[in-house]
Every structure is written in structure tokens, then in C-alpha cells.
Design a protein. Structure first.
Length: 184
């Protein structure tokens, strides 16, 4: 972990999602609100840390309750020696510099078709780009996603560097949440 960031330590229970793609095996955990409050933002946040002593880098997702949740994939689960239902020990800190988000293919194509939008996109901050992508990806329907891509390009082309009226924590709009945990 970085020496220049303040870390948080906590324990959390690994949960299995109620719904996941066939053949997909992963768990997740929800950070205690007191741990999330020590992070720099309620939206997507890059962290580095340790789970049961095993190092990892990840992006925390907002849970819609002013906290975050962490997806623990099969490889991290195996490396940490944990299983669904176990309580794990974590320590984490925000990354010193947020990594550049990967542009979804459909949004990348739309930006390529609009030089003005692309120019403003390239002049925005990494955090602003994360929020734009998060806003697009939080759409529940394909039609809404396409509408948001079009609106993003229009807003960017008009000089807007930040997505307007998007609650990246999901708290006020309830558009974001942690996965539902399977019973048992």
C-alpha cells in the first residue's frame, strides 16, 4: 500500500450474489460505512490493499447507502484463502492516482464520431471521465444507455467537462447498489 495515503482496516463477511452469470463464481463484501467515510469519494474509488494479507488493487463500487462494495473474484478469493460466508480482514487505502477508466466500445465509437466531444473528453480529469462512464454504464436498459451516450457527446461537444445531475454514490437517485446477497 502507498505510504502517503491513510489506510482503513476492517472485517467484512464475504457474500455470494443472488444472481450471477452462469458459470461465474465470485463473492463480494460491503464495506462498513465507517470505512467508506475515510475514503475520498462515495462514487467509484480505486484502492490498493490486502485481504487476509494478500495484496490487491481494485475499484470499489458505490452501494447506494453512502458506502462501497468490493467484488472479490475467484482468483483473489483463492489467494486470500477465503470462501463465501467467511469473515475476512481487510486493509485498504485510496490509490495515489486514479487509473484511467477503460472506454466502453460504444462510447469510444461515439466520441470518435464527434471531434468536439473528443477534445473536451481529453481535457477532463480522470475522476470526471470515471463519472461519465459510470453514468453511462449505470443505465439499466440498452435504450437508456444509448440515449446517455448521445447526451454525453452533446454535452461534451458543448464544453461540459462534468456529467450534470448524476449522483455517483447512488444515494439520492437509488440508481446504484451492492448486489443482492444469496440466502444462506
Amino acid at each position: 500500500m502507498s505510504k502517503d495515503t491513510t489506510g482503513v482496516r476492517f472485517k467484512a463477511k464475504l457474500l455470494r450474489p443472488a444472481r450471477s452469470a452462469k458459470g461465474e463464481s465470485w463473492t463480494f463484501l460491503v464495506l462498513p460505512r465507517s470505512a467508506s467515510e475515510k475514503l475520498p469519494r462515495r462514487g467509484r474509488t480505486g484502492v490498493e490493499g490486502k485481504i487476509n494479507g494478500h495484496p490487491f488493487h481494485a475499484t470499489l463500487e458505490p452501494d447506494g447507502q453512502l458506502s462501497h462494495w468490493l467484488k472479490v473474484d475467484q482468483s483473489l478469493l483463492a489467494a486470500s484463502g477465503a470462501a463465501a460466508g467467511d469473515t475476512v480482514e481487510l486493509e485498504m487505502a485510496p490509490v495515489a492516482k486514479e487509473p484511467e477508466p477503460e472506454l466502453p466500445r460504444d462510447f469510444r465509437q461515439a466520441l470518435a464520431a464527434s471531434p468536439q466531444a473528443r477534445a473536451v473528453w481529453e481535457a477532463t480529469t480522470t475522476i470526471a471521465r470515471i463519472d461519465w462512464i459510470h453514468w453511462i454504464e449505470s443505465a439499466k436498459q440498452a435504450r437508456t444507455r444509448q440515449s446517455r451516450i448521445g447526451k454525453a457527446c452533446d454535452l461534451l461537444a458543448s464544453g461540459e467537462k462534468r456529467v450534470c445531475c448524476f449522483d455517483s454514490s447512488g444515494f439520492y437517485s437509488k440508481s446504484l447498489s451492492a448486489p443482492e446477497a444469496a440466502e444462506g
